[in-house]
Design a protein around this ligand. Structure first.
Ligand code: SF4
Ligand code: SF4
Length: 538
């Protein structure tokens, strides 16, 4: 039995950062206006992009699937509102690669008419867990904490789950969308947690919230009481960035450490974000797929920081406009927070499923990085790394492109939290090196897989040709043998014997019907040919 600690632990390393969440929580959560035009990417998740189901000129309804997933690790995409598909093409999307991706462009008709999605379940708590997972998959739900991993896959870990951990820690500064959700849509969150528990058949559930969110803790506590829910534990973990990392939160709540390169499922645990839980409740209780999400719009560069429910595909410029526009201080635009956010080159890109925050920051909030200096081996980066890594070694091997060594130092355990870079006195952009190394390794692996496939195909072809050649030779040999065994022309005695045998066969055939007829009796002899059916029916 996994023990949930009475007193959550503090994670290893990390940083105490100014929260900067209050400014976006001053006003209640509201919905952003419907935009005129939505740009909906086909890939907003980890895994294969979805395949489009619509064509330019098609009319679509809100919640209608516009792209389907063809792979297990993928997610379908739905129309965020009703309207007309006006383009399917390559558009800039908020992604660290900076590359364009295929998007479906929809011109909204303003009616916001809904499709019948068929996602709603009448008695979800008695439903087969496999049915729940299937509907979660059809609803296009992915992890809303920022990772975007397909939720249905995580609800099916392939082994028994003892503990479901709900990640409500939201540790990164400025981001408050989960806090707004927990305070204003408490019942939806709790319903979602209960559905996930049922889908996983988890024995225990714990919600981990950072202890600097007393209002959220209070709302959840009252919500659990109102739902008569006594089996869901609620714990406040010490506020340290990045306590909301999956492995870090599990450690804080249970004292258990997920092994390097391992998954929580290896220890009988599964961790889901609190916003994802609410999305599951919305899909299964209200029939609405993932077509919107709560986004924190904040920073000194935006006039009215707040939390907004935004339709997926809404251009960021429209979202900023509905918050009063930019201030004169706006210097940077990021998707995400100041530690792990992606810098955006412009605001024409759309909000996607993983857009938890739009940070329009001033120069004071995100100062330009000073020029990087050589590493002085001070080890400050090691002291703050929550993943127990040696960031300076990772940097060294990533820079020298020694991708074997960098993996020996567990590069893939790095959660890119940025703590090391934040404290580095030499201002080395460490995380950029780690991202570069990861991308190179993935590319090499892709190339290796491609080369392996090509080699396998070649080997199969050579084998097949060999088999065919052998079979042909065997057929030729058999034919030759048969030819040799046949009587030679001019062999008169053999020919005579062959003719005599043939005559005997013909004679035998002629005498047979009379014998059979005699055995059957006179009735049969009155019936015509093909009277077997009549005989059977007797
Ligand atoms: S903090 Fe910076 S200078 Fe110090 S060891 Fe790490 S990488 Fe080197
Ligand atoms: S090495 Fe990775 S996990 Fe460790 S502090 Fe740096 S960014 Fe965070």
């Amino acid at each position: 039995m996994i023990e949930i600690l009475e007193q959550p632990r503090q994670i290893f390393g990390g940083l105490r950062l100014a929260a900067n969440k209050a400014q976006s929580l001053r006003t209640p959560l509201r919905s952003a206006p419907l935009p005129e035009r939505l740009i909906v990417p086909l890939s907003q998740h980890i895994g294969e992009p979805a395949e489009t189901l619509v064509q330019v000129g098609d009319k679509v309804l809100k919640g209608q699937p516009i792209a389907r997933s063809l792979n297990y690790i993928s997610a379908p995409v739905h129309a965020p509102t009703s309207g007309t598909v006006t383009d399917i093409g390559e558009y800039a999307v908020p992604h660290p690669s900076g590359l364009k991706a295929t998007c479906v462009v929809i011109h909204a008709d303003g009616a916001d008419r809904s499709a019948d999605t068929g996602l709603k379940m009448d008695d979800v708590f008695c439903a087969d867990p496999a049915d729940i997972r299937q509907r979660v998959r059809e609803a296009g739900i992915v992890g809303l904490g920022g990772a975007g991993f397909p939720t249905a896959v995580k609800l099916n870990p392939g082994r028994p789950v003892e503990l479901l951990v709900i990640n409500a820690a939201e540790c990164e500064p400025y981001i408050s969308c989960d806090e707004a959700l927990m305070c204003e849509r408490t019942a939806e969150v709790i319903d979602g947690v209960r559905i996930m528990r049922h889908a996983l058949q988890a024995q225990q559930v714990v919600i981990g919230v950072e202890d600097n969110m007393p209002r959220a803790v209070d709302c959840l506590r009252r919500g659990l009481e109102a739902a008569g829910e006594r089996d869901i534990r609620l714990l406040a973990v010490p506020t340290v960035y990045p306590a909301g990392g999956e492995k870090q939160l599990i450690y804080a709540l249970t004292g258990k450490e997920i092994p390097s390169q391992g998954l929580p499922a290896d220890l009988g645990m599964v961790c889901h974000n609190v916003g994802t839980a609410a999305a599951v409740a919305r899909a299964l209780l209200q029939g609405e797929p993932l077509i919107s999400r709560i986004v924190t719009i904040t920073g000194a560069g935006v006039s009215q920081p707040c939390n907004l429910e935004v339709r997926i595909g809404t251009p960021i410029a429209d979202v900023i406009a509905s918050c009063g526009g930019y201030t004169e201080q706006a210097a940077h635009l990021l998707m995400g927070g100041p530690m792990m956010g992606i810098p955006l080159p412009n605001d024409r890109m759309p909000v996607i499923k993983t857009s938890n925050c739009l940070l329009a920051a001033s120069v004071e909030e995100i100062p330009p990085p000073p020029a990087a200096l050589p590493c002085i081996r001070c080890a400050r980066c090691t002291e703050v790394c929550p993943a127990y890594l040696l960031p300076q070694q990772l940097f060294w091997y990533a820079r020298s492109r020694d991708f074997d060594k960098v993996q020996d130092y567990n590069l893939f355990d790095c959660i890119e939290c940025g703590c090391c870079a934040r404290v580095c006195p030499s201002h080395i952009p460490l995380v950029q090196y780690y991202r570069f190394a990861k991308t190179e390794i993935w590319d090499l692996e892709r190339q290796r897989t491609k080369a392996d496939l090509a080699r396998q195909r070649h080997e199969f072809r050579v084998e097949r040709l060999e088999r065919e050649k052998k079979a042909l030779e065997e057929r030729r040999a058999a034919a030759k043998k048969g030819l040799a065994a046949r009587p030679k022309s001019g062999d008169a005695e053999a020919k005579k014997a062959e003719i005599a045998a043939a005559l005997a066969r013909v004679k035998g055939k002629k005498t047979q019907p009379a014998t059979v007829s005699a055995m059957r009796g006179s009735a049969d002899s009155e019936q015509g040919p093909g009277s077997d059916t009549g005989s059977d029916s007797r």
